[in-house]
Ligand binder design. Structure first.
Ligand SMILES: Nc1ncnc2c1ncn2[C@@H]1O[C@H](COP(=O)(O)OP(=O)(O)OP(=O)(O)O)[C@@H](O)[C@H]1O
Ligand SMILES: [Mg+2]
Length: 329
């Protein structure tokens, strides 16, 4: 069902991602490790979970898992069956160093073709992770890994390792999942509503939902779910989507703003949400060019702000709502 709020797991439920799925297959078949990136709610988890499922791989969600110990334990939970069945040992590695455990667990899982590590952001801050990945890469040539997670958290050291890094020259191929086009967004909603013929929806409503929510599969799914499952009116479904969505995004924003100059960043985000040129930002924020360029670069690097030829803006309408919410709180 298209308006199911859980990430999709089957190709038949995955809407409009055929090209991305084929690209992922191609990269994996060519032997690459792949990082699937993209803004919030574009459908990263749905794509990689479906891929793991359809290729009989392993999907591991690392949300809330910290450090190598957490990763090793999560991997062991997945590979335990193999340890017991194929190697005849149980948790004998647990006594050993966690990095050794993680590496051994990866080796046990390698026959599963592809290992998908979603929500890698918290583990990615472990300096040992890169070493484990390097050692696994060097040892097990058949091992294929797909990484994904929050744009705010995925560490540069994993994606763009510098010369001193164990992963130098081995960075994963990057795939960026884009929001749906206006045409695909409308087609997505129409296909979803088709599964609920008893719910009346007009073309104008579809048009307005896409205009207000953008091409974000997640927000469109919320809207469709509120309409068809929770039986809300068009207006109510739109406002509830905005409300629920901005709660999700604002908690992530708060996290990003921790240990940063919150007032400056929020003001920069506010100005960007209306769309602005550099000179306007400088005038509004009354800060020197160096500080402004640092702030804008960091907002761009975590995909919160877009820029083209000196013009800055925010794409996700729900992110704009979340900024409003934080400005008044
Ligand atoms: N291609 C798709 N076809 C159908 N539904 C989709 C598709 N992509 C995403 N969805 C739906 O949108 C919602 C969000 O999807 P998903 O969790 O995969 O996105 P995400 O990019 O991983 O989000 P997050 O940024 O929170 O990690 C889910 O309800 C999912 O079912
Ligand atoms: Mg996800």
């Amino acid at each position: 069902m298209l308006f199911d709020l859980k990430p999709k797991e089957k190709l038949k439920d995955l809407f409009g991602r055929k090209e991305d799925y084929d690209e992922l297959s191609r990269l994996i078949d060519s032997g690459s490790w792949v990082a699937v990136l993209g803004k919030r709610m574009t459908g990263k988890t749905s794509l990689i979970k479906t891929f793991a499922n359809e290729t009989k791989g392993t999907y591991i969600n690392l949300l809330g898992v910290r450090g190598l110990e957490g990763l090793a334990t999560r991997l062991l939970e997945q590979s335990r069956e193999f340890l017991v069945k194929e190697v005849g040992v149980d948790f004998k590695f647990v006594q050993a160093k966690w990095s050794r455990v993680a590496q051994d667990a990866l080796s046990m899982l390698r026959s599963k073709h592809v290992i998908v590590l979603d929500e890698i952001q918290d583990v990615a801050s472990s300096p040992y992770l890169l070493k484990v990945l390097k050692a696994s890469w060097d040892t097990y040539h058949e091992l294929r890994i797909i990484f994904s997670g929050s744009y705010i958290g995925i560490m540069r050291s994993l994606l763009d390792p510098d010369e001193g890094s164990p992963l130098y020259g081995r960075s994963p191929a990057k795939m960026v999942l884009k929001p749906f086009s206006v045409k695909d967004s409308k087609a997505f909603l129409l296909a979803g509503f088709k599964e609920h013929p008893d719910v009346n929806v007009s073309e104008d409503q579809i048009e307005e939902a896409v205009e207000k929510l953008g091409g974000y599969a997640g927000w469109l799914t919320y809207y469709g779910n509120f309409r068809c499952i929770r039986r809300m009116s068009h207006e109510r479904a739109l406002s509830e989507t905005k409300r629920e969505g901005s709660k999700i995004i604002s908690s992530e924003l708060k996290n990003f703003l921790k240990n940063r100059r919150k007032d400056l960043y929020l003001r920069a985000l506010r100005v960007c949400s209306h769309g602005a040129r550099w000179t306007e930002l400088k005038r509004e924020l009354k800060i020197n060019s160096k500080v402004l360029s640092f702030i804008l670069d960091s907002l761009k690097s975590v995909d919160l702000v877009e820029e083209e030829e000196g013009y800055y803006w925010i794409d996700d309408p729900i992110l704009k709502e979340a900024i409003k919410l934080l400005l008044v709180s």
